[in-house]
Design a protein around this ligand. Structure first.
Ligand code: NAD
Length: 357
């Protein structure tokens, strides 16, 4: 099969980690007889330098026309002092908006043989962790009305959380579809004891599940309890659905207990199969150009693209197994290095993985 992929390398370690993911895709293409047509496009700081915009028109057009998008990361010291709406990160926010990507899926997985990288005690993680957080990405408090000013001679600021039934239903559908492919268990996180939006969230998730997925075991957890449970007993969770704000915080917490952010990928999807796949980390300007970044998160992002946008499940497993094999053989990049392990750079790690596919 032929697939058109827009590759947005971005800034910092972006080009290095994307090169690793492309190497993996080339090996998959060869082994499984696919053709990946890669279209390299500017985004972030490098796009500001060349085109005066973090998201040039030609990048938008190509992303809307391709089969899926692979992104490295954006940002860096050089652009840190630009006004908020001219910064590299603005390009990414804009891209999510124009592609209408409302669901963000972040699997936080503790890989076999990487337990040492987790800050949690061994007894808590001995049975492994794989929490998949499904976060609503285009609604809620991040997109609600904002105000600031003076009232009764005192300065104030306010942000508004607003959700419609339609917004909650479509993210619930994404989470249910995922849960059906896994344990058929779904946890919905809210703050229904206090917030009106959370009460609507809870009611809508229940109504939707009962009507469309009665076989799913649905549990509600309050967000404060969820934050505790993730560090107390992470193995109890599988698929978790939540709002934009809660998902932002909880997905970082879940990522942290698995060890390095260099190992975790995410996908953002909307109504179509065309998604945006990226590592969860940023452009790591402190290690850029040194060939020491971990390329695994970006390689996994490419693997998720094959599975979730192109339905290539065998190809996804081939990459996942190759990564596990390399870890079993004790190869490590600096961020996941442990005693008695073999230290390799970004390029070498990607080559080792590609060679084991
Ligand atoms: P970061 O994720 O880039 O880095 C945090 C720490 O993790 C750094 O010490 C870095 O060296 C390390 N790290 C990150 N990825 C790694 C990898 N693959 N291998 C090994 N180590 C890795 O976060 P930050 O330092 O807060 O942000 C740096 C820049 O990235 C900023 O400009 C920020 O705005 C941007 N950013 C971009 C995205 C994105 O493109 N999606 C996300 C977050 C931050």
């Amino acid at each position: 099969m032929n697939y058109n992929i827009a590759v947005l390398k971005g800034d910092g370690i972006g080009p290095e980690i994307c090169a690793g993911a492309v190497l993996t895709l080339e090996k998959i293409a060869k082994k499984f007889g696919h053709k990946f047509n890669l279209n390299y496009l500017p985004v972030g700081g490098c796009a500001i330098d060349e085109y005066g915009s973090p998201l040039p028109e030609k990048t938008v057009k190509a992303c809307l026309e391709c089969d899926s998008v692979l992104l490295g990361a954006v940002g860096g010291y050089k652009w840190d002092n630009l006004p908020a709406d001219k910064r590299p990160e603005k390009g990414l926010l804009e891209l999510r908006k124009v592609m209408n990507l409302y669901s963000n899926i972040r699997p936080a997985k503790l890989w076999k043989n990487l337990a040492d990288a987790s800050p949690l005690k061994h007894e808590l993680i001995k049975n492994g962790i794989e929490i998949i957080i499904v976060r609503e990405l285009t609604g809620g408090i991040y997109f609600g009305e904002r105000k600031s000013g003076f009232e009764n001679c005192a300065e104030y600021a306010s942000d508004t959380e607003k959700y419609s039934v339609r917004e909650i239903e479509r993210i619930t559908k994404t989470a249910c579809e995922l849960a059906m492919k896994r344990s058929k268990k779904l946890v919905s996180v809210d703050k229904a004891n206090v917030l009106e939006t959370s009460r609507l969230w809870r009611k809508t998730v229940h109504d939707y599940c009962e009507k469309h997925y009665p076989e799913i075991e649905l549990t509600d957890v309050l967000v404060d309890n969820m934050a505790m449970q993730i560090v107390k007993d992470p193995a109890q969770f599988d698929v978790v659905v939540t709002s934009n704000l809660f998902g932002d915080i909880l997905s970082d917490e879940a990522a942290q207990i698995t060890g390095s952010i260099g190992m975790l990928a995410s996908s953002s999807l909307g109504e179509t199969k065309c998604g945006l796949y990226e590592p969860i980390h940023g452009s790591a300007p402190d290690i850029a150009g040194k060939d020491i970044a971990n390329p695994i998160a970006t390689i996994l992002a490419a693997a998720m693209m094959l599975r979730d946008s192109f339905n290539l499940t065998e190809e996804y497993s081939a990459i996942e197994n190759a990564i596990q094999k390399v870890l079993d053989e004790n190869y490590r990049t600096a961020d996941i290095m442990g005693k008695g392990k073999i230290k390799v750079g970004c390029k070498k790690m990607a080559e080792l993985i590609a060679n084991r596919i």
